[in-house]
Write a protein that binds this ligand. Structure first.
Ligand SMILES: Cc1ncc(COP(=O)(O)O)c(C=O)c1O
Length: 391
């Protein structure tokens, strides 16, 4: 507050502060209060989306630091003087990698998804959205002020319901939007079936590849590639903050869509361009991606081993090679208890509670990386099973 301005209530009192304290107390009472917690020294981090283990690879991190000589910041929005040449270089290389006509870099996957939805909404499109889509997709609908008349939410992976919704919708501009690998359950969408549905209804298919990039597909291109589809005919959102160990996201799709995003996406227009340093780091990571096949195989093998073990011990879990392993325990108190129990045994993981997941499906979401050792994985499995036996 400026010196000399009328003195208002101190920050700890007044009606707004009291309302906030009441809200926080309510969250605490319902075991839903979130806090920021660094990973305790020495603990195995099971919360990181660094699937290839790049962040804990000192040699790779050292190489990035040594070889990148770029500005840390863009200095302005890309449309207003912040257009560093490295952005176009990265976008062009990424389009080739993804086998897509055009790409555009965003400061985050959140901003990318909001932008994609808001921009397509400007074309009077109707959206058909999987119920478990990420908050950034839901918030994109909010940003575009889309009502229920234009957002058709289908039950998770329910293609019959989606088909009925598409058949019943007279609008000509339709968008089907889904994650390829879902962030909370780690399961995969049936992309070939979704693509076929999109084709038969002349709909645009938008695919959030956040958790698939780097892990599946040739050279880590993602699930679109893994599913045998071409990224040329869809829009994909490819985040760099997960398996790529960086920050930001690249939207790939038709050239007209790139141009429309540049002109109409508010989270692109009204924000500072990404860090050129990070964009260069993404270029270096892209060049190295094809060489990390062993890491991709390793993290998927670890995932399958853990899933098989949990399934054998009676936990309800699919057998797959997805490194997002949800240990669903029901109540928020149980999820908190399991995460505490594991922490005492050297494993750092966080409980996931509403509103991130539906009520009654609280979980500890384990996220595996290629840096985890087999011995650690086996110890983790034994600890979860022992916790389950105590209940
Ligand atoms: C499926 C999905 N999409 C988008 C995002 C947002 O990406 P970012 O962290 O780059 O903002 C996330 C991040 O949690 C995600 O899980």
């Amino acid at each position: 507050m400026c010196a000399g301005s009328p003195s208002g209530p101190p920050s700890g009192s007044g009606p707004i502060a009291r309302a906030a304290q009441k809200r926080l107390a309510d969250l605490r009472a319902r075991c839903l209060l979130r806090t920021l917690t660094p990973v305790p020294a020495g603990a195995v981090n099971l919360c990181s989306n660094d699937y290839l283990g790049l962040l804990s690879d000192a040699a790779w991190q050292g190489e990035l630091r040594r070889t990148i000589d770029r500005d840390a910041g863009a200095g302005a929005s890309r449309l207003l003087g912040g257009e560093d040449p490295v952005f176009a270089e990265l976008e062009s290389a990424f389009s080739q990698f993804k086998d897509a006509p055009a790409s555009l870099l965003f400061p985050s996957g959140y901003a990318a998804n909001e932008s994609v939805v808001q921009t397509l909404a400007g074309l009077e499109a109707h959206f058909f959205s999987d119920q478990l889509n990420h908050a950034s997709i839901i918030d994109g609908c909010r940003l575009a002020r889309l009502g229920r008349d234009r957002v058709h939410v289908f039950a998770h992976a329910d293609l019959d319901q989606l088909r009925s919704q598409l058949n019943a919708c007279p609008a000509s501009n339709k968008v089907i939007i889904t994650e390829s690998v879902f962030s909370m359950d780690g399961d995969a969408a049936d992309l070939p079936a979704l693509y076929e549905l999109a084709q038969s209804h002349q709909a645009l298919l938008v695919i959030d590849e956040a958790h698939a990039m780097g892990v599946w597909g040739r050279a880590g291109r993602g699930w679109i590639d893994h599913a045998g589809l071409s990224a040329a005919g869809v829009v994909s959102v490819n985040t760099l903050g997960k398996a790529w160990g960086l920050q930001g996201a690249i939207v790939s799709g038709p050239e007209w869509f790139r141009q429309l995003l540049i002109n109409e996406a508010r989270p692109f227009i009204y924000t500072t361009g990404c860090s050129p340093w990070l964009a260069d780091a993404a270029l270096q990571t892209l060049k190295r991606m094809p060489h990390w096949e062993t890491r991709r195989c390793r993290v998927r093998e670890l995932a399958e081993r853990l899933r098989r073990g949990l399934c054998g011990a009676g936990f309800a879990i699919d057998i797959s090679d997805s490194p997002i392993v949800p240990v669903i325990v029901g109540a928020a108190t149980a999820a908190l208890d399991l995460s505490r129990y594991l922490l005492e045994r050297g494993f750092f993981c966080r409980p996931v509670r509403p509103p991130t997941v539906p009520e009654g499906t609280c979980r500890v979401r384990l996220s595996l990386t290629a840096a985890i050792r087999a011995e650690q994985l086996d110890r983790l499995l034994r600890a979860i099973v022992a916790w389950g036996d105590r209940r």
